[in-house]
Write a protein that binds this ligand. Structure first.
Ligand code: BES
Ligand code: ZN
Length: 622
């Protein structure tokens, strides 16, 4: 009993020591209101004490070793008195660190975290203005996908690209890898003969003989948006400020598919203000790209699965373009605020689509989104159904559900319906303008919303329920699509009268009606019925990846074997996680299918980016 005060004293003292030694943000954040709410728990850097403001990269792309080697020179601004700069790194080999006068600086690694990587702590001297970190990437660097020439369309050159979002930039650049900071950047990239490098920056349009390319990104962006792709690439203009990069054999079909890109930028500007990034180009990557699209500023990275031949999947470009405002100009401060990036972007995307292709068309897209949302809600944990997330200890990619996208969209659509389109549009335009080149939290947005759109009149809008609670509030807008009603009727006719009776109706269906039709086939449909559909419409060999994906899913459920060979080809070629994940999950439900899936995966895994194979490893493990 008598030594209790002593114990308490020692514990307090220990805590004080830990607190003083801690590199976390908390100590310095307390003095500054702005810092506290901006704490991102997916970075181990000390970005609230000292902030990287400019990055210069000098990297050589070595395809034989599959590594990037060189340096990152980082300029910074101190927020508080500190002589330590802590950067995020993951799977990087650091060779040395120098100041601007080429004097070596001491550095050491702090405790590694399996998810967040190994923080690199650099001792700064008083006159230090800039640090140069010499390093190379490793085989484990998660951002990087290295493709052999066999995995490209042209088969002559290898290919590589990076994927930064959400926390992968640290695996190819030592940096404060948080959306809570913004940096400008420049780069010099050396590549092998005959290859072109492009980045989320000012870009070359053709290869040069020096094999070295210079890049500038003068507008400030969050580090997850720094991106690089290197390959045998051609460029084709769409109009004066838009164009497409792709492998030479794909360039015609890609530019033909994306011919409306220029108009999309024009419409987007009419809606929410000037496009602030100069050019808008798209690069169509090889099929291993794990996402549909990635909004790297000035240069959207896209999957070749949008090249359907009939321009039916271009809403993806409208989406990535819309991120030039929501996401790239106004950026979520932490990954818990991810819906501010994606929900706004889906809303903006559908407004662009409506302006270009009409309301009927866009209602189909919104209704497909609504269906995805309700099915997602039925399977997600309650905590993950909220717009504002609490992702402590979780990988932010796990937040990539339809909640941020579609619940976010319907929240904004609800506001539009209640306040009127004109008010909503001027509110959004001002929102982008007032927050451009800044990061924003959910709470800051809600305060801004209250002041500028709601003027204190929040009654009946259920704002808190939308943002902080699970499920869908009762005032969620209803979407009706007459074209989908027709597709549902066709399901009935097919089931009652046979496939011949829907041939006429289906003749002018778009991709979206096909998706709705297949998704509306009853759960208990049998393989003979699928066979009839396949014989008539050749669905197993459809050229559209979205249609193939839902067709394969129903074929697995009904055990319709003729779809399995085409499915194998699909799974081996395409690395887009949105397609792979549901197919492998469905296959994993039956032991025989799971065995088959594992065999396919053994060969296919090498064609996937880390983002995808990490997910599929989880699905197929025993
Ligand atoms: N920014 C996302 C991709 C992303 C999200 C990458 C989270 C890493 C973590 C991109 O804008 C996106 O949403 N892509 C979608 C397409 C879109 C039309 C919904 C995709 O890839 O499917
Ligand atoms: Zn997006």
């Amino acid at each position: 009993m008598s030594n209790l005060p002593y114990k308490i004293m020692t514990r307090l003292l220990n805590q004080l020591i830990i607190l003083t030694l801690s590199t976390s943000n908390s100590l310095f954040a307390v003095n500054n209101k702005n810092e506290i709410k901006n704490v991102d728990n997916h970075t181990l850097s000390n970005y609230s004490q000292i902030r990287v403001s400019h990055v210069h990269l000098d990297l050589t792309v070595d395809f034989s070793q599959k590594e990037l080697t060189g340096f990152a020179a980082l300029s910074f601004e101190k927020q508080t008195e500190t002589n330590t700069l802590v950067l995020d790194t993951k799977y990087l080999l650091i060779d040395r660190v120098e100041d601007q006068n080429e004097h070596k600086l001491d550095f050491n690694y702090l405790e590694a975290d399996e998810l967040l990587g190994t923080p690199l702590s650099i001792q700064l001297n008083d006159s230090c203005k800039r640090v140069k970190v010499f390093y190379k990437t490793t085989a484990k660097s998660e951002a990087l996908d290295w493709l052999s020439s066999n995995q490209t369309a042209g088969k002559n050159f290898p290919f590589m690209y990076t994927q930064g979002q959400s926390i992968f930039t640290r695996s190819w650049i030592p940096i404060q890898d948080t959306p809570g900071i913004r940096v400008t950047y420049s780069a010099d990239i050396t590549v092998p003969d005959g290859m072109l490098a492009v980045m989320s920056a000012s870009n070359p349009q053709q290869t040069n003989s020096s094999n070295r390319y210079h890049f500038e990104m003068k507008q400030s962006i969050s580090p997850y948006l720094i991106a690089l792709a290197v390959g045998e690439l051609s460029f084709k203009s769409i109009d004066e400020r838009t164009g497409v990069y792709a492998e030479p054999s794909m360039i015609e079909s890609c530019s033909n598919e994306l011919v409306d890109m220029g108009k999309m930028v024009d419409e987007a500007e009419k809606l929410y203000g000037q496009y602030d990034w100069d050019r808008y180009d798209v690069i169509v990557l090889p099929p291993s790209f794990p996402f549909g699209g990635m909004e790297n500023p000035r240069l959207t990275f896209a999957t070749p699965t949008i090249i359907a031949g009939d321009r039916s999947l271009v809403s993806l470009i409208a989406h990535e373009l819309a991120h030039s405002w929501s996401g790239n100009l106004v950026t979520n401060a932490t990954w818990n605020d991810f819906w501010l990036n994606e929900g706004f972007t889906v809303y903006f995307e559908r407004r662009i689509m409506e302006a270009l292709y009409g309301k009927d068309y866009t209602d189909m897209l919104a209704l497909l989104g609504f269906q995805d949302l309700t099915s997602e809600i039925s399977s997600l944990d309650e905590d993950m159904q909220k717009l504002k997330l609490k992702l402590n200890g979780l990988h932010p990619d796990d937040a990539m559900s339809d909640i941020a996208y579609e619940k976010g969209y319907f929240f904004l659509r609800m506001l539009e319906e209640k306040k009127g389109r004109a008010k909503m549009d001027s509110f959004l335009k001002n929102y982008f303008d007032d927050h451009k080149f800044q990061t924003i939290t959910t709470e800051e947005f809600l305060a801004y919303l209250d002041q500028n759109l709601l003027q204190g009149k929040k009654d009946g809008l259920m704002i808190n329920q939308w943002v902080y609670q699970s499920g869908l509030p009762a005032n969620c807008p209803k979407v009706l699509s007459n074209r989908f009603v027709q597709a549902e009727k066709a399901v009935d006719v097919f089931l009652k009268k046979g496939v011949d009776n829907i041939v006429d109706a289906a003749a002018d269906w778009s991709t979206h009606e096909w998706l709705h039709f297949i998704k509306h086939l009853p759960e208990n449909i049998n393989k003979h019925q699928l066979e009839k559909l396949d014989e008539t419409f050749n669905l197993s060999l459809n050229g559209n990846a979205e249609i193939l994906c839902v067709w394969f899913l129903i074929s697995i459920k009904a055990d319709y074997k003729p779809a399995f060979d085409p499915m194998k080809i699909f799974l081996t070629k395409i690395g887009r996680r949105k397609f792979l994940q549901p197919i492998y999950e469905e296959l994993a439900k039956k032991p025989a299918n799971k065995t088959w899936a594992k065999q396919v995966y053994e060969k296919a895994r090498d064609n996937y980016h880390y983002v995808s194979f990490n997910t599929i490893d989880g699905i197929l493990k025993d």
